[in-house]
Design a protein. Structure first.
Lengths: 440, 156
């Protein structure tokens, strides 16, 4: 009888020895830039889930910008502001949005993940009406809007927004909507045209559809994120997803412009070029330092790996069947931003309010990590560019979101530049739009 | 035959967790057994098809199996500690230890199966499912011995 106990204890000890978590000391800065260090994949038994609790901003608190710059709240009391756009007349459009929550419970894991994601957005606008576009008018450019109005509401999880030729294009999670619109208007009552259907439900895991206008103004570029982390909802669910779509602005005719981009967001043409750039959220559950999220230029017809591979030809062991022919032509992204920082906002700076060193570079809103023990992201970074390419290490630009005690006051998402040249940052759980401008 | 009836005759080990004289443990054990065998079958089907639906079936079966195994274990442990004659029956301790091992393995298996995609099953998840089912065959046999050889929970 004691032998039976001994055997059992020996077995149990052997099993426990087999499960430690990895991670350890890793310099996350080695994953910033064109050649990120990629550790071996580590598949968890219990994935770390570590999300900053939202405590909001106390009166007088604000994020921290480099010396010589002033940070002020352009608008507060918003309802989950996620994306920003500045009209030619200087009016600022704030897209306030909530996810559609269409993810079905497919596994016991689903409700657990759902609960954690609800923590992420907790405190985001005490249940007020979101899914709308708020217009802020700051005609004198002092960072204090003189008026505020709801331009559009009752939208279906909107995110992308573009203005061209007296039309406002809004990407709801299931379609690009086109509204007749003249800058100066503070309310749109016209019914939209559904220009192009986009992959929405069922599931609609990555739901943010962002938009860009081509330099010639004829085409729209819409980003469509994957319907899963790594095709765990089946390949059928991924039709038309993990891609950038090119849409004809007149007819709505669409084609896939680039694919294999897991969750691309914030498409932007580099000023003065025909090169489209996006920021991409890479896959989870391969370790705290895999896979780095990235900023990349997007080539017509390009394939960027998802789901089969990452950073070129690094195969993902979780995908079956594999597609070696496709992986062979997977493009290595241009610039890694470090793992799980969750970049959702991108804008190139061409104005002159901020110091000259920022001109021509990229501001990136990093929403922040949820699946690694050490927080990563939760800030706005600046990536310098030279001759239209990233030219140096990313610098912290707007920090102070995290309180250093496991909580966060806000999380940055969309970024834009206002008419005066100040940087605007949507903070979707702080429910604020921040404005960063030269002091004095 | 003689030895068997000798053991079973006379004072029968009594089931403490019983309902109107029916031991609860044998009423509950078919659930985890069927669930874990079912999960092995859906694992094999997933490994052969790569159709994610089968992997989803597996994790639901393992989860349901664990819930029912917890209930079965509660009844089983109550019986084990409720009557010293059960503890003295030679198959009782290995039966309990093997079953607890299966639960621990299936708990690991539930975490492995909660990964995303192919590696939620192949190779670790499938291996754990095979090992569990093999162990269940042994502990099931021992459990049968407890009843049919040692008369645990049977009427005098």
């Amino acid at each position: 009888m004691t032998r039976a106990w001994q055997c059992w204890l020996a077995l149990a000890a052997a099993a426990l020895a087999g499960c430690n978590d990895g991670g350890g000391n890793f310099d996350t800065r080695s994953q910033i830039g064109p050649n990120p260090k990629l550790p071996a994949p580590h598949q968890y038994l219990i994935p770390p889930i570590h999300i900053a609790t939202v405590i909001g901003w106390a009166p007088g608190e604000h994020p921290i910008a480099p010396p010589g710059l002033n940070v002020q709240a352009l608008a507060g009391d918003l309802q989950h502001p996620r994306n920003l756009m500045v009209l030619p007349n200087g009016d600022i459009l704030v897209v306030e949005s909530q996810g559609p929550n269409l993810d079905p419970v497919t596994r016991p894991k689903s409700p657990i993940i759902g609960w954690i994601e609800s923590l992420a957005t907790k405190g985001s606008g005490g249940g007020g009406p979101s899914n709308r576009v708020t217009l802020l008018r700051d005609a004198n450019g002092d960072g204090v809007p003189e008026s505020r109005s709801v331009l559009l509401d009752h939208l279906f999880s909107p995110f992308g927004i573009v203005f061209a030729d007296n039309y406002l294009y809004v990407a709801a999670t299931d379609a690009i909507l086109r509204y007749p619109f003249t800058p100066g208007q503070t309310r749109i009552t016209a019914r939209p045209t559904r220009l192009t259907e986009l992959p929405g439900g069922p599931i609609d895991h990555h739901w943010t559809k962002s938009l860009a206008l081509s330099p010639d103004g004829k085409l729209l570029y819409a980003t469509v994120g994957s319907n899963s982390n790594i095709v765990e909802n089946g390949f059928e669910a991924e039709h038309g997803r993990a891609a950038v779509w090119e849409v004809d602005r007149e007819s709505g005719r669409a084609r896939l412009f680039a694919t294999g981009l897991r969750n691309p967001n914030a498409p932007n043409f580099y000023p003065g070029t025909n090169t489209l750039w996006v920021v991409v959220n890479e896959r989870d559950e391969l370790g705290p330092n895999l896979v780095p999220d990235y900023l990349t230029s997007v080539r017509d017809g390009g394939f960027y790996g998802w789901p089969y591979s990452y950073y070129g030809r690094h195969l993902d062991p979780r995908v079956m069947p594999q597609r070696p022919g496709l992986v062979a032509r997977a493009i290595v992204p241009d610039y890694a931003l470090s793992s799980h920082v969750a970049p959702l906002g991108l804008t190139f700076y061409t104005a002159s309010n901020l110091p000259a060193q920022y001109r021509g570079g990229a501001f990136i809103g990093e929403h922040g990590s949820w699946d690694r023990n050490e927080f990563n992201g939760y800030k706005v970074v600046f990536v310098p560019f030279a001759i239209g390419r990233p030219s140096g290490i990313a610098q912290d630009f707007l920090t102070g979101f995290l309180d250093g005690k496991g909580s966060t006051r806000g999380r940055p998402v969309g970024v834009a530049v206002d008419r005066a040249g100040a940087l605007l940052v949507a903070d979707d759980v702080g429910n604020v739009v921040w404005r960063v401008s030269r002091a004095g | 035959m003689m030895a068997k009836s000798a053991k079973i005759s006379g004072d029968r080990p009594r089931s403490t967790a019983a309902l109107f004289g029916h031991p609860i443990h044998p009423m509950l054990v078919p659930f985890p057994i069927a669930c874990f065998i079912g999960a092995l079958l859906t694992d094999i089907t997933y490994a052969r098809s790569a159709n994610i639906m089968w992997a989803n079936f597996s994790i639901w079966l393992i989860t349901a199996g664990l819930v029912m195994a917890a209930l079965a274990a509660t009844a089983g442990l109550t019986d084990y500690f409720g009557d010293a004659r059960i503890r003295r029956a030679p198959p009782a301790l290995p039966h309990m230890l093997i079953n607890i091992t299966v639960v621990v393995i299936e708990l690991f298996n539930a975490f492995v199966h909660s990964r995303d995609g192919w590696t939620s099953v192949v190779p670790t998840g499938l291996t754990l499912s095979i090992v569990s089912v093999l162990l269940l065959a042994v502990s099931g046999w021992l459990g049968g011995s407890l009843v049919f050889k040692y008369g645990v929970g049977t009427p005098p």
